[in-house]
Design a protein around this ligand. Structure first.
Ligand code: SAH
Length: 245
């Protein structure tokens, strides 16, 4: 029986892969990978490595996750080095925690390898500091996948009033409702927001707006993208002007 490595592949740019991830990709017998993985990463694998694509769209069902768990289990029995490659960091909204728990419960050895999460790496790569002395002392990473109008939300929306910088992942389809909800909890309508599409890739796009504007009129954004909210975006604009980003 082999070992499963839950490996973070970073946000897209090949060079943001860790050395540890690269080493494991090179030695993998099988690589089970997601939709957001830069396909170029797979070229580092050895010739006889088997590739298994398990990409799923936003809003996938639990059943699909169960199938992935089963697949990992099966491959671990048949191979020595199984690399489960996930976008960004494996434990940030990637259901990596669930996969690890499932495998451990089934007696399979697992090691998790951190990656550069899009939640942090993407804002940084476009010059948005998530914290900045005097402007932001805190940030939160939140799922945007959930309907903000749901009665029993798993997100403590009221708490988000007190966090300086907000980073929403998987929030593109609900962007307008998120803005409306943030206004409802009392955030400033003039607060700047930004979307970063396909950060750290050649298709990267940055769009700026405000909470009020977005709540009234959803700007055109395509997933995968991050939604950022906070005054650090004013500093980002200054950095952009001075640095010609
Ligand atoms: N584990 C991943 C996140 C998985 S959830 C990580 O740590 O990055 C998938 C969401 O991540 C997408 O819906 C999008 O909001 C965000 N995302 C991933 N890669 C991105 C990229 N290159 N640019 C912008 N957003 C990205």
């Amino acid at each position: 029986m082999g070992k499963v490595y839950l490996v973070g592949a970073g946000p897209g740019d090949l060079e943001l892969l860790t050395l540890k991830a690269l080493k494991l990709i090179k030695s993998a017998d099988v690589i089970i990978y997601d939709r957001l993985i830069n396909p170029e990463i797979l070229t580092f694998a050895k010739l006889e490595c088997e590739f298994v694509y398990v990409g799923k769209k936003e809003g996938y069902h639990t059943l699909e996750q169960e199938k992935i768990n089963e697949l990992l289990h099966e491959y671990a029995y048949k191979n020595d080095v199984v690399v489960r490659l996930k976008g960004g960091d494996p434990f940030v909204f990637g259901r990596g925690g669930e996969e690890m728990l499932f495998l451990i419960e089934h007696g399979i050895e697992v090691e998790v390898v951190p990656g550069v999460s899009s939640a942090i790496g993407v804002p940084t790569s476009v010059g948005v500091p998530l914290t900045f002395r005097g402007a932001s002392s805190s940030f939160a990473v939140i799922t945007g996948h959930e309907d903000p109008n749901k009665k029993e939300s798993s997100i403590n929306w009221d708490c988000l009033k007190g966090i300086d910088t907000l980073v929403f992942l998987m929030g593109v389809s609900r962007r307008r409702e998120i803005a409306q909800k943030l206004l409802e909890i009392g955030r400033n309508p003039d607060e700047p927001i930004a979307f970063i599409e396909r950060g750290t890739t050649s298709e990267e796009k940055v769009l700026f707006s405000t909470l009020k504007e977005l709540s009234e009129n959803p700007i055109d954004v395509k997933p995968p993208a991050l939604m950022l909210v906070g005054n650090v975006l004013k500093i980002a604009k200054k950095i952009k002007e001075l640095n010609n980003y």
